[in-house]
Design a protein around this ligand. Sequence first.
Ligand SMILES: Cc1cc2nc3c(=O)[nH]c(=O)nc-3n(C[C@H](O)[C@H](O)[C@H](O)COP(=O)(O)OP(=O)(O)OC[C@H]3O[C@@H](n4cnc5c(N)ncnc54)[C@H](O)[C@@H]3O)c2cc1C
Length: 329
Amino acid sequence: MNIAIIGAGIAGLSCARYLKNLGVDLHIFEKSRNCSGRMSTRHHMQWSVDHGAQYFTARDPIFLKEVEEWMSNHVAAPWVPRLKIFDGKQWLNSHSTDTRFVGTPNMTAPGEYLAKNLNINFNQTINNVEHKNGNWIIYSQETGKIKKYFDFLIVAIPAAQAQILINNFNGDNVKSVISKFSNSAGMKGCWTLMLKPISSLDIEMDAAFINNEIISWVCRNNSKPMRQNIETWIVHANPKWSQEFINVDKNLAANLILQNANKIGFNFSGAEYSVHRWRYASGYLLFTPKFHISFKQKIAFCGDWLHGGRVEGAWLSGRTLAQKIASHF
Ligand SMILES: Cc1cc2nc3c(=O)[nH]c(=O)nc-3n(C[C@H](O)[C@H](O)[C@H](O)COP(=O)(O)OP(=O)(O)OC[C@H]3O[C@@H](n4cnc5c(N)ncnc54)[C@H](O)[C@@H]3O)c2cc1C
């Protein structure tokens, strides 16, 4: 049996890793030039920052075991930030006892570890799929029809993108289920600022959750283990505000975020910065189906939106889907 997987984020990679170990003939298609999806790091001329997922937690014993393997292979480590909370009026110390992990030396490292020896076709944006005579035919925006048919298709991309991808597919009730799921997941964007201040910020914290403001998260990126010795910061705007302002000009979004940061005590004046618009950053189904599969149509879906909306859920979604497929064939 050969399987095509669309998307080399942590869900697609976790699914692929498990199936690969069982000897399945796998072909992964990824629109970016690297793997790891939203567990990502942006490289500037002399500095880099994790501009997607900031850290991950590991509550499920199976995922914790995986994280231990990552740590013993030096691609992840615990991160113990000096963590604060701003409630809209005052600063409080966080009493969270969660263990937080990060990829090392950057957030893409666990994904790159999983991707080793997998057959990944980069720079391939899959923009159409067809199920004909029991075969899956897939089309890439960059190279047209892929010259191979597949027995089974796994879609490991965000809900809204999955919904668009299968728009022309009418088999079973897959399309209506995914469209219902996608609407319920209600994925939202995230405006992100990456900054290198002109001098070190005189602030006694490494990261903060911000409530009741445009900004929802601020983090000193170089407080994470194995980062460059250059002070860099990341600022995320909250999902509601980001979604409302998702189509505004990048400079306007950046200015509004900088003003808000300044108001609550982060003076980034003169900082070198860049801005990123995540169109599909967060959102998930409240009832946690983990994955969706149709054995009749030979298509399945995995991703964070089906399993709690975070790194751990994405990995578990891919893993549980792979186990389901393996137990069926
Ligand atoms: C700003 C931000 C902050 C976050 N913070 C945290 C956090 O602190 N902790 C946490 O646990 N999680 C966080 N998350 C969420 C976390 O990043 C995700 O839950 C997880 O990475 C999702 O993995 P995934 O594999 O499901 O999806 P993705 O990572 O989105 O992977 C999907 C992959 O599919 C590719 N793709 C999409 N469409 C196509 C196509 N048509 N053809 C081919 N390839 C395609 C994409 O390029 C991508 O590589 C954050 C996310 C964002 C954006």
